[in-house]
Design a protein around this ligand. Sequence first.
Ligand code: IMP
Length: 208
Amino acid sequence: MGRRLSGKIVIATHNAGKLREMRELLAPYGIEAVSAGELGLGEPDETASDFAGNALIKAQSAAKAANLPAFADDSGLCVEALGGAPGILSARWAGEAKDFYAAMDRIRREVEATGAKKPWRAYFISALALCWPDGHVEQFEGRVDGDLVFPPMGTAGFGYDPCFRPDGHERTFGEMTAEEKHGIPADGSRALSHRARAFQALARGCLA
Ligand code: IMP
């Protein structure tokens, strides 16, 4: 059991979608979340070489600046035939235009060029970091494995969802409802998405 989280925390994101999702996940535990954007905090450079390191940079910077416990996440898609790429560069592969269809097509072309046999394996990772102003840190990670699907299927979700079919399922994340993908099962069974799995670990460690 990690350090218990209570009261008010800062969500170290400037992304409105992530903030909404985290607020919804934390509300049942009586935790009030304010965002780094609302507090006018800056965005530190994500200079680490892995997801956990980047989540830690964001949470530490916000905890220090706001003098409150802070929460941050970092996530992305790792393709086995590409040695884990795009990984921490997942957002960057979509470019300024945030064109994820172009990014998914780049994955298809690059994997094809390796000659890798199908199914093409990939996984999503979500790394979460919680930091307190006294420097205490708790970190959690969630992962979901699956196959890449081309052409991409479905229009739900975001990012790389349409080209990822999680193991044990017939449909891609792009063909699932948000509840199906990110929902935290009330019966205590394992959630599906990397983000929901990481949050389950956080809830068990710091919110129980
Ligand atoms: P960040 O965590 O905000 O740095 O973004 C990571 C990148 O990975 C984004 O470009 C997302 O589109 C992608 N990504 C992370 N999680 C998911 C997911 O659940 N579905 C699809 N794409 C995702």
